[in-house]
Design a protein around this ligand. Structure first.
Ligand SMILES: *Cc1c(COP(=O)(O)O)cnc(C)c1O
Length: 405
């Protein structure tokens, strides 16, 4: 049994979301070696861009060193400058917002709604109306699709359209997910994906910018390759970046893309198994999936209702860690981050905006993201997680939550 500390030591670690190779990555990588394309550009980069663009159904894509770089180039394309406001999802990873700061922009944070855990259309409606009244409409709205699930795009797009504000999608976590049958990341003017090591498919590190406007992708490609003017010598009229994806990593990406649908199926099955095995526990609920959403279930996330159980996510995290199982809290909302204290925040339920500064979540208030942060926990969700490994996680969660407090 697991009571013996010595036995626990030798149980191999279960990671949250480790890389899962298909095997055919090596064929592409070998081809890159054999042709000596060990370069920041090359035929695999071009092919990976074409294949991803065709997978999600956009005319143009740009392979980059990270999803963060892709979002930064989207900010550049939209002409974000010092003092420009950009509306952002609050419940997300900081990389969704940092590129706004790179260009001197000023974020305004919008709460999540409880159906999808993504940007609240009602918060966006109030924020846009306020901004319109004050003459401070944002230059862009960045919508995040959290944990592989699309935000409610129809009302969000309608609101952006009403005020003429361009919409950008941070689909870093949601490649392959759909909203009413259409691919996540293809609704906005620009969309970005990430191939970081923990994402649903990975190149070790990398990202992709997609657009319906091929001319914009051409411009972003110019910036991403050091902004070299077309001249025989090295001439530069604009700031450039070294943001391209290497040919070797694009080779890995091509291999990964061939199994994206398998990976989504596997992660959805893992999620359903958690629900079946743990859903009866008091206070336990799982991230919902609205009728219009087909999530890729990048991470399986549960919540513990403090009114129905005395156990806390922190306690569960520690119990899992004691058995060498990696779990993670839900993203700490941006409006609770020290970096963004004083930033304007529009809660889902309230009418008045608040200035972010509390640091700690407010559970009596009207903020959905505060509540999700305080009650949520991400469970191991890797597509290679075996049935026995998942049983180990399930046993540990049950033991922890069934214990008397
Ligand atoms: C991973 C992630 C990013 C950043 O992608 P990188 O490729 O790691 O730069 C951005 N936004 C969200 C929501 C993410 O999860």
């Amino acid at each position: 049994m697991n009571e013996c500390p010595g036995a626990q030591q030798i149980q191999s670690r279960i990671y949250l979301s480790p890389p899962h190779m298909s095997g055919c990555e090596m064929d592409y990588v070998k081809e890159a070696f054999d042709s000596n394309w060990i370069a920041p550009l090359g035929p695999h980069v071009d092919a990976f861009e074409r294949e991803l663009a065709s997978r999600v159904g956009v005319p143009a894509a740009l392979a980059l060193s990270s999803g963060t770089a892709a979002l930064h180039l989207a900010m550049k394309l939209l002409g974000i400058r010092r003092g420009d406001r950009v509306f952002c999802s609050s419940l997300t990873f900081s990389a969704s917002v940092n590129p706004v700061l790179y260009e001197g922009g000023v974020p305004v944070f919008l709460d999540a709604e409880p159906e999808s855990w993504n940007m609240s259309p009602s918060a966006l409606e109030r924020a846009l109306a306020d901004a319109d009244r004050k003459g401070t409409l944002p230059k862009a709205v960045i919508v995040v699709h959290l944990y592989g699930q699309s935000a409610d795009m129809d009302p969000l797009r309608e609101l952006c359209g009403r005020y003429g504000v361009p919409l950008v999608e941070d689909a870093a976590e949601s490649l392959g997910a759909t909203y009413k049958g259409k691919e996540s990341g293809t609704f906005g003017v620009y969309g970005i994906y990430s191939f970081n090591g923990n994402k649903i498919i990975t190149t070790g590190g990398g990202g992709m910018l997609v657009a319906h406007d091929s001319e914009a992708i051409r411009k972003a490609r110019f910036w991403a390759t050091q902004a070299r003017d077309p001249a025989p010598h090295y001439q530069h009229s604009e700031i450039g970046y070294n943001y391209r994806m290497s040919n070797l990593l694009a080779a890995v990406g091509r291999g990964q893309l061939t199994v994206l649908d398998d990976r989504i199926r596997a992660r959805r099955t893992i999620f359903e198994r958690y629900v079946a095995a743990l859903g009866d526990l008091p206070g336990v609920a799982f991230m919902p999936e609205p009728a219009w959403s087909r999530s890729n279930r990048w991470l399986s996330v549960l919540t513990l209702d403090p009114n129905a159980t005395a156990h806390t996510p922190g306690e569960l995290l520690a119990a899992l860690e004691a058995e060498n199982i990696e779990a993670r809290p839900v993203w700490k909302p941006m409006h609770l981050q020290p970096l963004f204290s004083g930033t304007l925040f529009y809660p889902h339920g309230g009418v008045a905006p608040e200035a972010a500064s509390r640091g700690e979540p407010d559970l009596r208030g009207s903020s959905v993201s505060d509540r999700l942060f305080a009650t949520g926990l991400c469970l191991p969700s890797g597509s290679a997680l075996s049935g026995e490994e998942q049983d180990r996680v399930i046993r540990c969660v049950r033991r922890c939550l069934e214990a008397r407090v």
